[in-house]
Write a protein that binds this ligand. Structure first.
Ligand SMILES: *[C@@H]1O[C@H](CO)[C@@H](O)[C@H](O)[C@H]1NC(C)=O
Ligand SMILES: *[C@@H]1O[C@H](CO)[C@@H](O)[C@H](O)[C@H]1NC(C)=O
Ligand SMILES: *[C@@H]1O[C@H](CO)[C@@H](O)[C@H](O)[C@H]1NC(C)=O
Ligand SMILES: *[C@@H]1O[C@H](CO)[C@@H](O)[C@H](O)[C@H]1NC(C)=O
Ligand SMILES: *[C@@H]1O[C@H](CO)[C@@H](O)[C@H](O)[C@H]1NC(C)=O
Ligand SMILES: *[C@@H]1O[C@H](CO)[C@@H](O)[C@H](O)[C@H]1NC(C)=O
Ligand SMILES: *[C@@H]1O[C@H](CO)[C@@H](O)[C@H](O)[C@H]1NC(C)=O
Ligand SMILES: *[C@@H]1O[C@H](CO)[C@@H](O)[C@H](O)[C@H]1NC(C)=O
Ligand SMILES: *[C@@H]1O[C@H](CO)[C@@H](O)[C@H](O)[C@H]1NC(C)=O
Ligand SMILES: *[C@@H]1O[C@H](CO)[C@@H](O)[C@H](O)[C@H]1NC(C)=O
Length: 789
């Protein structure tokens, strides 16, 4: 199947004037037609409306980039893979273009990219091994996504086992490799004991290499009941020896690293995979992470750690295997008490045989570390060294102009300010340019264009070079009616007041600083009053904070409990009362920063919301029951029923009308105009996740309603301007937003049509209307979007 990234809906009408007549008609009679379509028995699909979709610019990535892969044959051809947000292709100006934005709810697991291979022969071919988890979190088997046009479009080749793009050891590899002499041949190393797999038809079909001697015995924690840490790490890397064999015939010599500790873990075939054996003389104390060929030297370099990564590892080694002599040499850059990390990212400079670099995995204090050698690992020099202890000599100049919030002042751990980075599993020197290098960290992509200065003045530039990579996991979004149009709650990087949607923010929330903000809310009558909650350790830092200046400054809530975090939060209309549905400590409430008290009348896990007009009114929902409080959350009473719902998701309230309520649930969207006393189900949605209200279409009209929902069987993003009587689908085949259930939505109360969608791995998007509504059947986008695959 062809998965086009082209914005079909917009381009369709430009190129096909014949359809303009119907479109114009629909535009003129939109009210009538859209109504008719919903009523018509033939209308299997909802209407649609073209939107422009753009990332809110955070810049700098914002998540783990397990690897950056340069094509060895085509200058400038470079890809990066992420663990939860798809893959990217590098542009000539150092920016990145996302390749998997078409991924929709049906195969949200495609955003977990566990391995990537760029074909050294036919360089337009790109392969991605995708799948999110091998445990029950993800029901899907893995897939090899195959592109013959540099990632513009893909076909999917299903695998008979799972792939874990967001699992431990996702920085090992690459597990996927294309034969440099016979590019129809690929190998993929599986997790979970599924062994080594081979394709001879460009990835279309795969067969188990059943006589490969080891499927891997290592698991980070065999007793982990979730199945995440107990899953067998499996095959670590596949590396062809391009110096063996000749073009047109299968490459004879292939190296495979396997996650075994204390037993053979580096295997070799000399007969194009017919037979395999452990390489003699190897030291298998640690787990192999990377196996990198230095073709001109006839050497395989291997980085090793005593953890599977990406967070762990306190010991490790770097080895050199001389393919000609069969001699192994330990070339570990440091030893003794200086060795308190393993090794991950490893790269050779193909222009300068004998020059290689390796990254620590992980030096958490005082900073990450990278080593470089220009004598095949005999001697090494570091990126920093202690001077007059504890002062550090930094042999680099740091620049974060493309993502100032990452900066030197940004403290990620209490251990120190990690500037160079952590989780550095992907480190790559441009095969065509010895000055150009890139490396992935737990947070961004760094790199530079003056790397050879390491060997001359020993001072290189490290730049944040993740422009275009928007990889955040969005937990919550609000769009208050005053101040900045958007504030975010983000996983791992806290969140921002987005004073601009097109310029990276300068700093995340401060005082208190957390790593993850779980949720935020504003006060309806005083929208510059904002509450946010964190998921950190409440015993050391309060996990509730309040702002009265639109999020510019914050005050930790003096009444914050020392044992509660996470969940969802609501702020009363005047900003006095915080109602907090914590992640494990039930629902609690506090007024004027007094100590929180338990709301015993609500079940734990209840969904909560505040009224935006009446300071004493709060709402909640659990199961099929809606609850109302008229005493500032002190007590709730059961009110109307949400039909057959078993799982309410979100409550939103008309900012201008007390008690005008919408609730999304596993059974659709329910609305009440009488303070929750009774509800009716809106026509259309049969299941809904995030919902939001936005500015009305015309002055005096009801607020527009946005929903991630299933309508007529199609999971998509929809807007209704008439209180849910009719809907238009607003996302398209190029914008699937992956897992609907994990996304958040906010409508802009000041801009009609503007919606913000927060994804789990591809950052925040804003969408604006760019065309008139098209009835189903007239437009290419019409309703089919969610089913394109
Ligand atoms: C995954 O593949 C296995 C082996 O072919 C098969 O039994 C199973 O049904 C597949 N699972 C899914 C969800 O397709
Ligand atoms: C593939 O072969 C290995 C032996 O190399 C075996 O252990 C594994 O179960 C096989 N996996 C599947 C999915 O057939
Ligand atoms: C193997 O490597 C470990 C860790 O680097 C080292 O302690 C050990 O001495 C090595 N064994 C041999 C036989 O070289
Ligand atoms: C690595 O080795 C250290 C020192 O023996 C140990 O404390 C640590 O737990 C090991 N890490 C892993 C992931 O096994
Ligand atoms: C590999 O070993 C061969 C044979 O001993 C030797 O000639 C060659 O220089 C070695 N290569 C490297 C890079 O050390
Ligand atoms: C490297 O250059 C930067 C910028 O000029 C400078 O601040 C830094 O001190 C230099 N590092 C060393 C160790 O001299
Ligand atoms: C090799 O690296 C060392 C240490 O950084 C440096 O002094 C030397 O000039 C380098 N040699 C070359 C040829 O770049
Ligand atoms: C508020 O809680 C703190 C501990 O979190 C406790 O020390 C203090 O006594 C409480 N204050 C009141 C008025 O209960
Ligand atoms: C707010 O709600 C309370 C409780 O229903 C009610 O008594 C009060 O009149 C309301 N206040 C306003 C300003 O509507
Ligand atoms: C709320 O009322 C104000 C004033 O009439 C209006 O400008 C605004 O659009 C309304 N907001 C919504 C979401 O309906």
């Amino acid at each position: 199947m062809l998965l086009s990234r082209t914005y079909i809906c917009a381009s369709h009408f430009v190129s096909q004037p014949a359809l303009v007549t119907s479109r114009t008609y629909i535009a003129m009679r939109k009210d009538l037609l859209v109504g008719l379509i919903v009523a018509s028995p033939l209308a299997a699909l909802a209407a649609s409306q073209a939107y422009t979709w753009q990332n809110v610019k955070i810049g700098g990535g914002g998540g783990f980039v397990p690897d950056v892969v340069f094509n060895p044959s085509e200058k400038g051809l470079t890809y990066a893979r992420t663990d939860i947000g798809g893959a990217y292709k590098l542009n000539a100006d150092d920016s990145w273009t996302p390749l998997l934005d078409w991924v929709d709810n049906a195969r949200w697991d495609y955003w977990g990219v566990d391995a990537l291979a760029t074909d050294p022969v036919d360089t337009s071919r790109l392969y991605l091994a995708v799948g999110m988890y091998t445990n029950y979190y993800d029901p899907n088997n893995g897939t090899i996504l195959i592109s013959t046009d540099y990632g513009s479009t893909f076909t999917a080749s299903p695998l008979p086992f799972k792939v874990g793009g967001n699992m431990p050891s996702r920085g090992m590899g690459e597990r996927l490799a294309v034969d440099p002499h016979s590019n129809n041949i690929l190998y993929f190393g599986a997790r979970s004991g599924h062994g080594l797999w081979k394709s001879t038809d460009y990835g279309a079909t795969w067969a188990n290499v059943t006589d490969f001697p080891s499927v891997g015995t290592y698991a980070p924690d065999p007793s982990d009941p979730t199945g995440i840490e107990s899953d067998l790490t499996g095959i670590a890397f596949v590396t062809f020896d391009s110096t063996s064999g000749t073009s047109g015939a299968a490459t004879p010599r292939i190296f495979v690293g396997v996650a075994n500790e204390g037993s053979d873990n580096i295997f070799i075939s000399d007969d194009a995979g017919a037979t395999w054996a452990a390489i003699p003389g190897q030291n298998n104390t640690y787990l192999p992470h990377k196996g990198v060929l230095s073709p001109d030297e006839g050497v395989l370099y291997i980085s090793e750690s005593n953890g599977s990564g990406p967070y762990d590892g306190t010991l490790g080694a770097v080895w050199k295997y001389n393919i000609t002599s069969g001699v192994w040499t330990d070339i570990t850059p440091v030893s003794g008490s200086n060795l308190y990390f393993g090794f991950g990212g490893l790269s050779v400079d193909l222009q300068k045989p004998g020059t290689l670099m390796v990254a620590a995995l992980n030096s958490w204090y005082p900073d990450g570390q990278i080593f470089r050698s220009n004598d095949s690992g005999a001697t090494w020099s570091p990126l920093w060294a202690y001077g007059d202890y504890p002062a550090i000599n930094k042999y680099y100049t740091y620049s974060d102009s493309l993502a100032p919030w990452i900066g030197p002042d940004y403290t990620i751990t209490t251990a120190g300010t990690l500037q160079i980075g952590w989780m550095m599993e992907g480190l790559s020197i441009d095969p065509f340019d010895s000055d150009h290098w890139l490396y992935g960290t737990g947070e961004t992509i760094y790199g530079g264009h003056d790397l050879t200065k390491w060997d001359t003045i020993h001072n290189v530039t490290i730049d944040s070079l993740a422009n275009g990579v928007e990889e955040t996991s969005v937990q919550g979004l609000i769009s208050p009616p005053t101040g900045a149009h958007l504030l975010s709650a983000l996983g791992d990087i806290e969140g921002f007041v987005h004073t601009s949607l097109t310029t990276p923010p300068l700093a995340s929330y401060m005082n208190p600083s957390w790593s993850t903000t779980a949720d935020l809310d504003f006060a309806g009558n005083v929208p510059s009053s904002i509450v946010r909650i964190g998921t950190g350790d409440a015993s050391t830092t309060p996990q509730v904070a309040l702002s009265t200046d639109g999020g510019a400054t914050w005050t930790p809530d003096a009444g914050a409990p020392t044992d509660a975090s996470g969940g969802h939060v609501s702020l009363s209309a005047n900003g006095n009362t915080v109602l907090w549905a914590t992640s494990g400590s039930g629902v609690i409430v506090s007024t004027d920063m007094a100590n929180f008290s338990t709301v015993s009348s609500l079940p734990s896990g209840a969904v909560i919301a505040s009224d935006k007009k009446n300071d004493t009114v709060f709402y909640a929902a659990s199961g099929d029951t809606f609850y109302v409080s008229t005493n500032s959350g002190a007590t709730f009473v059961a009110a109307g029923s949400l039909g057959a719902s078993t799982a309410p998701v979100k409550i939103v309230v008309n900012p201008n009308v007390t008690g005008d309520i919408f609730v999304s649930t596993d059974k659709g969207i329910f609305t009440s105009t009488n303070l929750g006393a009774s509800f009716t189900a809106l026509p259309g949605p049969t299941e809904a996740w995030a919902i939001a209200l936005g500015a009305p279409a015309t002055s005096g009209a009801p607020p527009s309603l946005f929903a991630a929902a299933t309508i007529n069987g199609v999971v998509g993003y929809y807007r209704s301007d008439n209180v849910g009587q009719t809907w238009v689908q607003i996302n398209d085949v190029a914008h699937g937003f992956a897992n609907a259930a994990s996304n958040v939505i906010s409508g802009d109360p000041r801009l009609y049509g503007r919606v913000y969608i927060g994804t789990n791995g591809r950052g925040i998007w804003y969408g604006d209307i760019s065309g008139t509504a098209i009835a189903a059947g007239y437009g290419q986008c019409g309703g089919k979007t969610g089913q394109a695959r």
